[in-house]
Design a protein. Structure first.
Length: 348
């Protein structure tokens, strides 16, 4: 993959806008420029704006030293006095640090500052960042890619990154400061991302280890890859999501219909109407379904409402001349996942 030229002056903006690849290994710039992002604004509440840069530099230095210690040996945050040092720099006494856990590439700590919680992750030394850049793990890839992943993935499904430091050498000073996602907090749980969306986002997750996803939110971005099926146009992608969403919703639009024979009969009823040339979007459904089982009738009415939305979008795309471009993407999906009536509507 060919990438745009990168300089130390625009490295943060570059990493926000691009999927950082192994070319970052060859960058030549001052070590402090490897710090990306900024501190949570709440951390700076005791300082004037002109002090922000100085405080941020102190925190970065503290985290870097802590990361180096952690990369060499298993370090107790209390022994390092991380909580005390962080409190002193921020000028506040509402800071709490707790150990989270240990993984193949890094270990994590929960930082509670005021009313908000954050995760601080450090990387193990001895894992070659140059080699790991190609597989998406480690001290080079993760801190430099998380901002782009947060921006380009499904909104609200990636733990928000604040400040990170990436390493192109085995110096052990890389870290990541991100929003802490509490698995016990069930008030902000995201439903599973539908396959028809994850299949077409610019970036995709390929590391599905338990714990990488908490409450439907990605908390560990190790192993993300560029998606060859990604849509360059967000408008095109959203229209495609709408179509594929109608396919999913049109499969079982009525959750209380659980009898397969009843479901097949109701689906057959809709398909017979379509194949007999009936305009199912302009007929009295309650009248023609009055002799059916109440659950069959409920399924038919809900299903036709979904089909009508798909039909409307289809007509809009046909009118603009774009329908065939979309069809080549969803044809396989609708054949594999769509109901018979949805196939008749979208594929004819």
């Amino acid at each position: 993959m060919k990438t745009a030229p990168v300089s130390f002056k625009n490295i943060y903006h570059y990493c926000q806008r691009h999927y950082a690849d192994a070319s970052l290994v060859d960058l030549k710039f001052k070590s402090e420029e490897r710090r990306l992002g900024s501190l949570p604004i709440d951390w700076l509440q005791n300082f004037r704006t002109r002090k922000y840069a100085k405080v941020t530099g102190k925190i970065d230095k503290l985290f870097s030293k802590f990361a180096i210690k952690c990369s060499i040996e298993r370090v107790n945050a209390d022994d390092f006095k991380l909580e005390k040092k962080l409190s002193r720099i921020l000028g506040r006494n509402d800071v709490k640090v707790n150990y989270i856990g240990y993984g193949v590439f890094k270990e994590g700590y929960k930082l509670k500052v005021g009313n908000y919680a954050y995760a601080l992750m450090t990387f193990h030394q001895g894992i070659n960042p140059k080699g790991d850049a190609y597989i998406g793990h480690g001290a080079l890839a993760e801190p430099s890619r998380i901002f782009n992943f947060f921006k380009r993935y499904s909104h609200g499904r990636v733990a928000k990154p604040f400040m990170t430091r990436f390493s192109t050498e085995n110096d052990g000073n890389a870290y990541m400061l991100v929003k802490y996602i509490d698995g016990n907090d069930k008030t902000h749980v995201k439903s599973p991302l539908p396959r028809f969306q994850s299949d077409f986002y610019p970036l995709k997750t390929v590391d599905c280890n338990k714990g990488n996803l908490i409450n439907g939110i990605v908390v560990d971005i190790g192993g993300i890859e560029e998606n060859p099926n990604a849509m360059k146009s967000s408008k095109f992608r959203q229209n495609l999501f709408n179509i594929l969403g109608f396919i999913d919703k049109g499969t079982y639009p009525c959750s209380d219909v659980i009898n397969s024979q009843m479901l097949a009969k109701a689906e057959g009823f809709i398909c017979d109407l379509i194949e007999n040339g009936e305009n199912i979007y302009n007929i009295d459904l309650r009248k023609i379904t009055k002799d059916l089982n109440p659950l069959e009738r409920k399924y038919i009415i809900k299903k036709i409402r979904v089909l009508k939305k798909a039909h409307k979008l289809k007509l809009e795309l046909q009118k603009s001349g774009d329908y065939e471009q979309y069809k080549k993407y969803f044809e396989e999906y609708v054949r594999g996942y769509g109901s018979r009536s949805m196939r008749l509507e979208l594929l004819g």
